[in-house]
Design a protein around this ligand. Structure first.
Ligand code: PMP
Length: 375
């Protein structure tokens, strides 16, 4: 048994050659989405919530899960879960929701809805941004246009206007807050983009629990606006559940693309159970926001770093006057895994990204960072 990330491939047979010849060049050129091995390390690389559910809730959940009918297909529409999500996420009255196996799958469904062979279709976003927008565009035969952000990671509006006019994107993705820069863009810039867009604008609010702002309420104002959320960063990354909210006529088109049983029964039951106990997740998010402030303060006190502000559960920082690769390796040697942005130039030059963990994990990271910077 081997997986796609294995580097050693057996010698190609004629049968293998003729099979692979059908795979589109754009797929063959790509490398698989890389997930670093975190065995034995403090894991601060993937924007997960470090907290589990309290033991009493876990025990109650186990009982609920025991009643799930594993022999039956799940509710294809996941109606009960969608109703709960609408309530908890304050989706405006009259708007619809489609669910995805993670918000990644929703990005894929949106791309499939607009991709059309023989027609130039464009997905526009901002760079540096979330890598799946480009990967999914590539796999769907859509032209990806990445408008460069300014040095401070704000939107360069003259460049955005020009690109929107030139490429007429079917889809514009705006991560709010953005990954990897952790900032929320100017609200009036986004409103202008929604107004001038020739198609749909998706506000990807994956990090909403850690931010002060949302566009969810603005769904009532703009029919071409879609708001995407996920339960991943809230503490349920293992479930794989994302939601896309918007005008019922758009959502019902996207829903046609969705595979019938894409949200499995264990996810449906677990998510509904946890969302009924939302106070627990809200409390965890509040702790993470407080610990983010403490972590920013500790990082700002270390010489030789440029630390960017954050409205998310992670912090982007630049290493000055030395190699970020060496600092990353040294932190890993100390037992902490963060994310190396691996950029030699551009706005992410020499940047690393750390997820806010528990106070103990954050202390271990600060100690590792101090050791790395003192070397
Ligand atoms: N959007 C953004 C901006 C992200 O950073 C991520 C995950 N890193 C996702 C979406 C995907 O989230 P999910 O786990 O729901 O697929």
């Amino acid at each position: 048994m081997s997986n796609s990330s294995d580097s050693k491939q057996p010698a190609a047979t004629a049968e293998l050659e003729k099979s692979l010849a059908w795979v589109r060049p754009i797929v063959r050129q790509q490398s698989a989405y890389h997930v670093a091995d975190a065995s034995g390390l403090i894991k601060l690389d993937a924007m997960e919530n470090p907290y589990q559910l309290p033991d009493e809730l876990k025990a109650e959940l186990q009982k609920t899960l025991a009643q799930a009918e594993l022999n039956r297909y799940p509710d294809p529409a996941a109606s009960s879960l969608r109703n709960k999500l609408a309530e908890v996420m304050q989706v405006p009255e009259g708007k619809s929701i489609v669910l995805g196996n993670g918000s990644d799958e929703l990005i894929q469904m949106l791309a499939m809805a607009v991709a059309d062979t023989g027609k130039e279709v464009c997905l526009l976003s901002f760079d540096p941004g979330f890598v799946m927008y480009k990967m999914i565009s590539d796999f769907s035969g859509i032209n990806y246009v990445g408008v460069p952000l300014r040095e401070d990671f704000s939107i360069d509006m003259p460049a955005a206007r020009k690109a929107i006019e030139a490429h007429r994107p079917a889809l514009i993705f705006i991560a709010y807050p953005n990954n990897p820069s952790a900032n929320c863009y100017d609200e009036s810039d986004i409103e202008e983009i929604i107004s001038i867009a020739p198609g749909m604008v998706v506000l990807d609010e994956a990090y909403n629990p850690f931010a002060k702002a949302t566009f969810m309420d603005r769904l009532t104002r703009y029919d071409n606006l879609l708001v995407m959320r996920t339960v991943s960063k809230m503490g349920l990354a293992g479930l794989r559940l994302g939601l896309l909210c918007g005008h019922p006529s758009i959502i019902s088109e996207i829903d046609k693309i969705r595979l019938p049983y894409n949200i499995n029964v264990l996810t449906q039951v677990t998510a509904e159970f946890v969302l009924a106990n939302m106070a627990v997740l809200d409390q965890q998010a509040a702790s993470i926001r407080e610990d983010r402030a403490a972590l920013l303060k500790s990082m700002n006190a270390i010489a030789g770093l440029e630390v960017f502000p954050s409205q998310a559960n992670f912090i982007l920082f630049r290493v000055l006057g030395r190699e970020a690769n060496d600092v990353f390796d040294s932190i890993k040697q100390s037992g902490v895994l963060i994310k190396n942005m691996k950029a030699n130039a551009g706005p992410l030059k020499n940047c690393l990204r750390v997820t806010v963990g528990t106070p103990e994990e954050n202390a271990a990271f600060i100690s590792a960072l101090n050791t790395a910077m003192a070397a």
